[in-house]
Write a protein of this length. Structure first.
Length: 130
């Protein structure tokens, strides 16, 4: 009982959690980023401040998992929309997410081992990556 009381009196602190994977989802982290997990009165909030996207959960882990899921939802939805219909904040979020995330399909299109070097160079050129 004394231990539980001691745990209740310990201040909850903000933690930083590196995001390096979206496994088992078919997405890749292009550039690692940090989720900032902040205690709330009830539960926790995880945020990716660069993209101004936040999610909550009952535990730190649940908050981070919910954030990762929400980031992928934003990534998919924003990439379905043409830039001309997005306002300034969604456009900024789309740019940030595309710096940090890509689908595994996008990766396979570029680096399929069965493709010749010339084919990979052609794909990179048509995508404006050369």
């Amino acid at each position: 009982m004394a231990r539980k009381v001691a745990e209740l009196t310990l201040p909850k602190q903000t933690i930083w959690v590196p995001v390096e994977s979206f496994a088992p989802e078919p997405y890749e982290v292009l550039r690692r980023f940090t989720a900032v997990v902040t205690p709330l009165e009830e539960g926790f909030e995880a945020g990716f401040y660069d993209a101004n996207i936040h999610a909550s959960g009952d535990t730190e882990q649940e908050a981070v998992e919910n954030l990762k899921s929400l980031l992928l939802d934003y990534f998919d939805r924003l990439n379905e929309l043409d830039d001309s219909v997005l306002g300034p904040e969604p456009s900024r979020q789309k740019r940030i997410l595309n710096i940090h995330i890509r689908t595994q399909k996008q990766c396979r299109e570029l680096w399929d081992c069965t493709r010749s070097r010339e084919t990979v160079i052609e794909i990179l050129g048509t995508k404006g990556l050369l």
